[in-house]
Design a protein around this ligand. Structure first.
Ligand code: DAH
Length: 336
C-alpha cells in the first residue's frame, strides 16, 4: 500500500479548493463514508498483520492532518464568504435609492409669486415696508385719525405707544411717496396683522398693495389694470364688478368682486349665493393723502388697491378654511 499516492491525492484536492463549497465537496470525497480514506482503511484488512499496524498508524496520522487542514481552510473561506455577504449588504448597488424629500413653495408664496409676476409684467415695481410700523404711517398719514371709526375694523397689536404691527400694506404707499416724486407705480407685498382668528381670519395674513400716481391717472386706468390682473389670475372670461365703498384714504372708493369661480355665478356656499366673490379694496388716492406726503394734489392723481393673498389663494385652490395655510400639515401643503 502506497501512502505516498494517498498523500499526493490529498495535496492535490486541498490545493484545488477555492470556495467554502469546495471545502465541503473535498471533505466528502476524502473523508466521507465512501471517500478515499475509508477505501484505504478498508484495504488495510488485506495486508499482512505486521504491515497492517504500521499502515493504519500512517493513514490515521494523515487523516488527522487532512481534517485539520480542511478545518483551517473552512474557517478562512467562511470568513471571506461572510465578509462578502457583509460588503454586499452594506453597498447593494442594485437597491433602489432613498428618494430625498424635496420641499416646495408654500401655496401662499406660490400665489404671491404669481401676483408679483402679473403686476411686474404690467410695469409695477416691488416696494417693501416694515411689519412693525409707526401709528403715523399705518393710520394717521392714511387719513385715519386716532378717533376714526375705521380703526375699529383694523384693531391690531400695539407694540408701544405709537408703534403697531401694521394692519395693512397701505403704509408702504406713504413711505414710497415720501421717498420719491411721481410718477409712482409700485406694488407692496407683505405680511399684515389683526386681532382676528376664525375660519376666514388669521392674526397674520398677507396683502398686496398697489399704487399708481402720475399726471392724468384715472379710475378707468384702475379698472384696466385690475381687469388685466383678474384675467391673468383667474382666466380670460372672469367677470369683474366695482361696488361703491368707503376707505378714508381713497375717494371715490370701490370694492372689487369677481364672478364666483366655484359656481360660475349661479350661487353657491362659497359666494353665499351671490354669484360674486370680493377680492379687494381700491379707489382714487384721497387728496389729503397727497398733502400728507407733500405731493401737489392739483398736479397729479392716482389710484390704489389692496388685496388679501390668502383670499386669492383660497379662491384659486378652492380652500374653505384659511387656517389650513398655517397648520403646517404636510398632507395639505404637498397638494400644491
Ligand atoms: N388697506 C385696505 C384694507 O386692508 C385695503 C385697501 C383699500 C387698500 C383701498 C387700498 C385701497 O390701497 O385703495 O382693508
Amino acid at each position: 500500500m502506497d501512502i505516498g499516492i494517498l498523500r499526493d491525492r490529498v495535496d492535490k484536492e486541498l490545493s484545488s479548493i477555492k470556495t467554502i463549497d469546495d471545502v465541503r465537496k473535498v471533505r466528502i470525497s476524502l473523508l466521507g463514508r465512501k471517500g478515499v480514506f475509508s477505501e484505504y482503511i478498508d484495504n488495510i484488512k488485506l495486508l499482512d498483520k505486521e504491515k497492517r499496524r504500521e499502515a493504519g498508524q500512517e493513514i490515521n496520522a494523515l487523516k488527522t492532518e487532512t481534517e485539520n487542514r480542511l478545518r483551517e481552510l473552512e474557517i478562512s473561506y467562511e470568513g471571506e464568504e461572510k465578509g462578502k455577504r457583509e460588503t454586499a449588504s452594506r453597498v447593494d448597488i442594485t437597491m433602489p435609492g432613498k428618494v430625498p424629500l424635496i420641499g416646495r413653495k408654500h401655496p401662499i408664496t406660490q400665489t404671491l409669486d404669481e401676483m408679483i409676476r402679473i403686476f411686474t409684467s404690467l410695469g409695477f415695481s416691488v416696494a417693501e415696508g416694515p411689519d412693525i410700523e409707526l401709528d403715523y404711517y399705518n393710520f394717521e398719514a392714511l387719513n385715519i385719525p386716532a378717533d376714526h371709526p375705521a380703526r375699529d375694523m383694523q384693531d391690531t397689536f400695539y407694540i408701544q405707544n405709537g408703534v403697531v404691527l401694521r394692519t395693512h400694506t397701505s403704509p408702504v404707499q406713504i413711505r414710497v411717496m415720501e421717498s420719491q416724486l411721481p410718477p409712482v407705480k409700485i406694488i407692496a407685498p407683505g405680511a399684515v396683522y389683526r386681532c382676528d382668528n376664525d375660519i376666514s381670519h388669521t392674526p397674520m395674513f398677507h396683502q398686496v398693495e398697489g399704487l399708481m400716481v402720475d399726471k392724468n391717472v384715472r379710475f378707468s386706468d384702475l379698472k384696466g389694470i385690475l381687469s388685466m390682473f383678474v384675467q391673468e389670475m383667474f382666466g380670460k372670461d372672469t367677470p369683474l364688478r366695482f361696488r361703491p365703498s368707503y376707505f378714508p384714504f381713497t375717494e371715490p372708493s370701490a370694492e372689487v368682486d369677481i364672478g364666483c369661480v366655484i359656481c360660475g355665478g349661479v350661487g353657491c356656499r362659497v359666494c353665499k349665493d351671490t354669484g360674486w366673490l370680493e377680492i379687494l379694496g381700491s379707489g382714487m388716492v384721497h387728496p389729503q393723502v397727497f398733502r400728507n406726503v407733500g405731493y401737489d394734489q392739483e398736479e397729479i392723481t392716482g389710484f390704489a388697491f389692496g388685496m388679501g393673498v390668502e383670499r386669492i389663494a383660497m379662491i384659486r385652490y378652492g380652500i374653505d378654511d384659511i387656517r389650513q395655510f398655517y397648520y403646517n400639515d404636510i398632507r395639505f401643503l404637498s397638494q400644491f
